[in-house]
Write a protein that binds this ligand. Structure first.
Ligand SMILES: Cc1cc2nc3c(=O)[nH]c(=O)nc-3n(C[C@H](O)[C@H](O)[C@H](O)COP(=O)(O)O)c2cc1C
Length: 189
């Protein structure tokens, strides 16, 4: 049975992103369960804002990196901050770029199993934005797990180094992460 290959990504460009902290935590837990996990950073990828004019000049190198990594993965741990009740521009931009399919190539999100997380200092944890992320990904071939996790008051749950330190939150992240690894591993077998 092949190990699950997972990309972990947060839809934030912020240096001390809470959503990145969630995804780092989930990534560590997934590795402990035997998955191969690569954590990507949208701020490091530094994708240009999507334009068909830019695309017509050739796929930018970092867009190609993102697409190749998505294509070679089985699953995604994805944490989306909520901006004005919806997905961030940075995450939508990354999805828009990755959704563009070269002739004969597999769509990057096709059949990817996705676990959705959100984290916010607010009381709903970014929950409303996840509905939008779910709709978008489901429409481009991803299989989004029914369970999802929104972490409210996330700024109170970190240690001094910015890592998730709250045991109850860690358990919740572990629950969804385990489901992703389990479902992906079963589909791989
Ligand atoms: C433009 C903008 C809109 C926001 N809208 C919401 C919102 O609708 N709901 C919410 O819970 N937090 C909202 N926030 C606060 C974010 O949850 C907060 O900035 C959070 O730290 C973003 O996630 P990150 O730390 O991973 O970057 C908003 C922040 C910005 C900059």
């Amino acid at each position: 049975m092949a190990n699950a290959k997972i990309i972990a990504l947060a839809g934030s460009l912020r240096k001390n992103s809470f959503n990145h902290a969630v995804i780092e935590h989930a990534a560590e837990l997934a590795k402990q369960q035997g998955a191969e996990v690569e954590v990507l950073s949208l701020s490091e990828l530094d994708l240009p804002m999507f334009s068909e004019d830019i695309e017509a000049q050739g796929t930018p190198a970092n867009v190609q990196v993102l697409k190749d990594k998505l294509r070679s993965a089985d699953a995604l741990l994805l944490a989306s901050p909520e901006y004005n009740g919806s997905i961030t521009a940075a995450l939508k931009n990354a999805i828009d770029w990755a959704s563009r399919t070269e002739a004969g190539a597999t769509p990057a999100f096709q059949n990817k199993i996705v676990a959705l997380f959100a984290a916010s200092p607010g009381g709903l944890g970014g929950l409303r934005g996840l509905n939008h992320v779910r709709d978008i990904l489901s429409g481009i071939g991803a299989i989004v797990l029914g369970n999802q996790l929104a972490v409210p008051a996330v700024h109170t749950l970190l240690d001094d180094s910015g890592k998730i330190a709250d045991a109850a939150t860690s358990d919740k992240i572990a629950g969804l992460t385990s489901q992703l690894v389990e479902v992906t591993t079963k589909l791989n077998s």
